[in-house]
Ligand binder design. Structure first.
Ligand code: SAM
Ligand code: DTB
Ligand code: SF4
Length: 336
């Protein structure tokens, strides 16, 4: 089936050959097909923006070879305890004031303890109380923990597959690819929206990128949000100094993600400080329709809001309004 005909279909049975065939299409044909799929499901000139905050930084027991926060590598990062509630709420309010509609809180944990979860649940309630959507990324979850987060009103849980199952062992040895799938299944079963994607530029092959997208697209239900990160090289980590991914190969990966998962938000995630405006414009053309917005990601820099506003102005892109806020307004008009 050609991608154009597939524009309305949501499939979970993509073969590797089909995905590889998309990757090898002429660039213009691939981008045209991705635009067709994108326009069938989304406003092509609108981008959703979320803001990140690291609520617990560093000293993580995992060995993810890309990460500034692993205790296994000397990256010079200062560790921080779980932030107090008032600091989190102040950061969320500041993000909301700048137009962000979702607040994503990240913790450098292998998995949260039930006590950790009590504190995060308070944060979710307070941030939701501001009228923002909430997302957290806390590492592995069991089913009971996922249910507690759902009951707290959590909108999204981020947990990335990161790479292909075949390349995974080159990047992380302290937990398995199957562990990640299990957490995603718990999140899905609890009824929380799934945010899951990966990182490009870790030394993986084109086949690995195709396999990672195949794993995401063939989940029983597509993640509602698919972050595609470009590796932010962190001095002291094993992946520091790797060859960078070719910019057009990155754009192709966004386009293929858009075609495979037509109704998902594809997030142009980490690495934007190393991308030209022109490369980001191509990513939006390829079907990326969400970004992280604000000066910081978790521990590294992100383009500032002013830069993103200027880029959006040049491209005629609008920031998506808050759906949560719209629902609240529609409810009684008082914004309660
Ligand atoms: N500890 C939790 C976990 O690993 O799931 C949550 C935080 S972790 C920092 C969230 C995701 O950020 C990782 O799975 C990875 O995909 C992405 N990430 C982390 N460091 C990165 C880097 N240096 N460059 C690009 N993406 C990165
Ligand atoms: C995702 O896929 N990317 C974000 C978010 N989910 C949690 C994190 C990017 C981290 C980049 C490196 C850092 O700032 O530490
Ligand atoms: Fe820990 Fe998450 Fe970093 Fe891996 S990506 S080292 S689990 S904080």
């Amino acid at each position: 089936m050609s991608a154009a005909h597939a524009s309305d279909a949501v499939r979970n049975d993509w073969t590797l050959d089909e995905i590889r065939a998309l990757f090898t299409r002429p660039f213009n044909d691939l981008l045209f097909a991705a635009q067709q799929v994108h326009r069938a499901h989304f406003d092509a000139n609108q981008v959703q923006v979320s803001t990140l905050l690291s609520i617990k930084t560093g000293a993580c027991s995992e060995d993810c070879a890309y990460c500034s926060q692993s205790a296994k590598y000397d990256t010079g990062l200062e560790r921080e305890r779980l932030l107090p509630l008032d600091e989190v709420v102040a950061a969320a309010q500041a993000a909301k004031d700048k137009g962000s509609t979702r607040f994503c809180m990240g913790a450098a944990w292998r998995n949260p303890t039930d006590k950790n979860l009590d504190r995060v649940i308070e944060m979710i309630g307070a941030v939701r109380g501001l009228g923002m959507e909430t997302c957290v990324t806390l590492g592995m979850l069991n089913q009971g923990q996922a249910k507690r987060l759902r009951d707290a009103g959590l909108d999204y849980y981020n947990h990335n597959l990161d790479t292909s199952p075949e390349f995974y062992g080159n990047v992380i040895t302290t937990r398995t690819f199957q562990d990640r799938l299990d957490t995603l299944q718990h999140v899905r079963a609890a009824g929380i929206n799934v945010c899951s994607g990966g990182i490009l530029g870790m030394g993986e092959s084109g086949n690995d990128r195709a396999r990672m997208l195949q794993e995401l697209a063939n989940l029983p239900q597509h993640p509602e949000s698919v972050p595609i990160n470009m590796l932010v090289q962190i001095e002291g980590t094993p992946l520091y100094g790797n060859d960078k991914i070719d910019a057009l190969e990155f754009v192709r990966t966004i386009a293929v993600a858009r075609i495979l998962m037509p109704k998902s938000y594809v997030r142009l995630s980490a690495g934007r400080t190393d991308m030209s405006d022109e490369m980001q414009a191509l990513c939006f053309l390829a079907g990326a329709n969400s970004i992280f917005y604000g000066e910081r990601l978790l521990t590294t820099d992100n383009p500032g809001a002013d830069h993103d506003h200027a880029l959006f102005d040049r491209l005629g892109i609008r920031m998506q309004a808050s759906e949560l806020e719209a629902d609240r307004q529609a409810c009684c008009g008082s914004g309660c």
